[in-house]
Design a protein around this ligand. Structure first.
Ligand SMILES: NC(=O)c1ccc[n+]([C@@H]2O[C@H](COP(=O)([O-])OP(=O)(O)OC[C@H]3O[C@@H](n4cnc5c(N)ncnc54)[C@H](O)[C@@H]3O)[C@@H](O)[C@H]2O)c1
Length: 139
């Protein structure tokens, strides 16, 4: 099974890629390398990868994959707040476009790694994984 992981050089991707390979998946990654040369550990294992911004992906980049695991994005609130319009462009609009391109390319599975920040700050009460969501109230 061919799996494409976006943002594979990040915190989660660096752990996920070896796990997927160990399970026998044929993996490749696409990442804009925002954090190139910022690794703390050893050199990450070699995987087929492309340096590309998810905003620039085309249907051809996705053709032939059975699944897309979408990790690429500006992944925390302080970073997102530096330039909210850019964050929306990458995290929202490029994600919707990517999902549509994947569907058009015949990709069977699309996994979006969302965030519990969608539920907003819950105070001291329990927050249950159900609507309504309040991402604007995230801390
Ligand atoms: N780490 C967590 O605890 C956690 C928790 C909940 C949700 N998530 C979500 O999981 C996803 C991955 O999280 P992470 O912690 O690995 O983030 P990360 O910031 O460590 O990695 C994100 C990766 O995406 C890449 N990237 C950023 N913008 C890009 C673009 N425009 N095009 C291509 N690549 C781009 C970066 O270069 C980086 O390698 C994020 O969507 C995040 O919101 C993470």
């Amino acid at each position: 099974m061919k799996v494409l992981v976006t943002g594979h050089n990040g915190y989660i991707g660096a752990i996920l890629m070896p796990m997927l390979r160990a399970e026998g998946f044929d993996v490749a990654g696409i990442d804009s390398d925002l954090y190139a040369a910022c690794d703390f550990g050893g050199t990450p294992p070699e995987v087929p990868s492309t340096v590309k911004d998810v905003r620039d992906l085309t249907q051809a980049d996705l053709t032939g994959y059975h699944a897309v695991l979408h990790l690429a994005g500006l992944s925390n609130d302080p970073l997102g707040n530096l330039n909210p319009e850019l964050t929306s462009e990458i995290n929202h609009r490029a994600t919707v476009k990517l999902a549509r391109l994947a569907k058009a390319a015949g990709v069977e599975r699309f996994v979006f790694s969302s965030s519990c920040s969608n539920y907003g700050a819950g105070g001291n009460g329990m927050v249950r994984p159900a609507p309504p969501t309040h991402p604007e109230r995230a801390q």
